[in-house]
Design a protein around this ligand. Structure first.
Ligand code: UD1
Length: 362
């Protein structure tokens, strides 16, 4: 059986790493995986370093699509992926998450009548202004195997009339954290390099278009980070290239009191998260990773797809209002003595996915 896996952006490299490993472990004879990188993320620190650290095989094909508006980027991917699929004629296409690469891969395959499997199916923020939400909805509706991380995701699909091919397998990012957190703890030197003490700093990331492409929202977030850094504890902020460009174009300059870094490799990021006093982020993945590390999280958005993390106060939705963020940062705590319940599976989602791919693909 031949499976074409489409990846393109940083979070997909993380998710694909554990599933690719499960392919090699469980079904090396039965499944040939052809890894296609769209080239959506092309900077070394957003791409190559993840392949190296996570032990992902080199992509067989790199489409080199690069940046562009949502439409242009997706359109270029669609055309190139279609070409690959016509040449490779796989039995199935596997896509991850909610990026433009996900949508392009799913759409190209569906139009060629190649069955599509979607890992992280059923997530919804119910905010159709986010490109990711459009990508999720369309991808789910053209997929015939839908691997849901949570019960809520299964329910969301049902609400949209999707009832077949749904499998609640758990979250592959939990598999990743279980695999790589001990390795990060052993190997990462990031705390020393940045001169940080465990539980003595905040960790922030901002990259969502809804925050970066609106100067007022971005400015308000930066005000919050400055104040938290001044009043509470150092704020470490690995700056995404989209955010760096936005700040340049709005002529926002940062003084050097914040601990700014380039985007960090996976292991350093896990180590920083595990030891942070609190994570503040608009990333979907980091909300869950904070939860897995039992670190409180403030979500810098107006809603989340990961509603499970907000239950019991693990994760608070604080939006972009500076005052609210500062107040929440001052009091953020992970509930005492709580061991994260297994809302995201048992750490074997990738094995379940590979088993289902073998049995459900003709
Ligand atoms: C994308 C995903 C988002 C995911 C995020 C993880 C979409 C719509 N968004 O957002 O869901 O959470 O990846 O990082 O697919 N850029 C570089 N170097 C790179 C890549 C991007 O400089 O290697 C710059 C380019 O100017 C580009 C901008 O960042 O236009 C945005 O990149 P893009 O891939 O479109 O979206 P992300 O913001 O990274």
């Amino acid at each position: 059986m031949r499976i074409v896996t489409i990846v393109g952006a940083r979070p997909q490299f993380v998710k694909a790493s554990v599933v690719s490993k499960a392919f090699r472990k469980l079904a090396p004879q039965r499944i040939q995986e052809i890894l296609v990188h769209t080239g959506q993320h092309y900077d070394t620190e957003l791409s190559d370093v993840f392949f190296r650290q996570l032990g992902i095989p080199k992509p067989v094909i790199n489409l080199g699509i690069g940046s562009g508006t949502n439409g242009a980027q997706t359109g270029r991917m669609l055309e190139s992926i279609e070409q690959v699929l016509m040449e490779e004629r796989p039995d199935r296409v596997l896509v991850y998450g909610d990026t433009n690469s996900t949508l392009a891969g799913a759409l190209a395959a569906a139009k060629l009548h190649i069955p599509v499997a979607h890992v992280e199916a059923g997530l919804r923020s119910f905010n159709r202004h986010m490109p990711e939400e459009i990508n999720r909805v369309v991808t789910d509706h053209v997929s015939d195997l839908l691997f849901c991380p949570t019960k809520t995701a299964v329910e969301n699909l049902r609400q949209e009339g999707i009832v077949r091919g749904i499998h609640q397998v758990g979250d592959v990012m939990y598999d990743c954290v279980l695999t790589f957190a001990p390795i990060a703890e052993q190997n990462s030197k990031i705390l020393g390099e940045l001169n940080l003490k465990p539980k003595g700093y905040f960790l922030a990331t901002i990259h969502r278009a809804e925050n970066t492409d609106d100067p007022a929202r971005l400015k308000s977030l930066l005000d919050a980070l400055f104040e938290i850094n001044r009043r509470l504890a150092p704020v470490v902020w690995p700056v995404h290239p989209r955010t760096r460009k936005a700040m340049l174009s709005y002529k926002i300059t940062l003084d050097d009191s914040l601990c700014l870094t380039a985007p960090l490799p996976y292991l350093d990021m896990q180590q920083l998260m595990a030891n942070a006093r609190c994570v503040m982020t608009d990333s979907g993945g980091m909300q869950k990773e904070a939860f897995f590390h039992q670190v409180p999280c403030l979500t810098l958005r107006d809603e989340t797809e990961w509603v499970e993390t907000t239950e019991c106060g693990y994760n608070q939705i604080v939006g972009t209002d500076a005052k609210k963020i500062i107040e929440a940062a001052a009091t953020a705590r992970f509930p005492n003595g709580s061991k994260s319940p297994e809302l995201f599976g048992n750490g074997k989602a990738s094995l379940a996915i590979v088993n289902l791919l073998v049995t459900q693909t003709s």
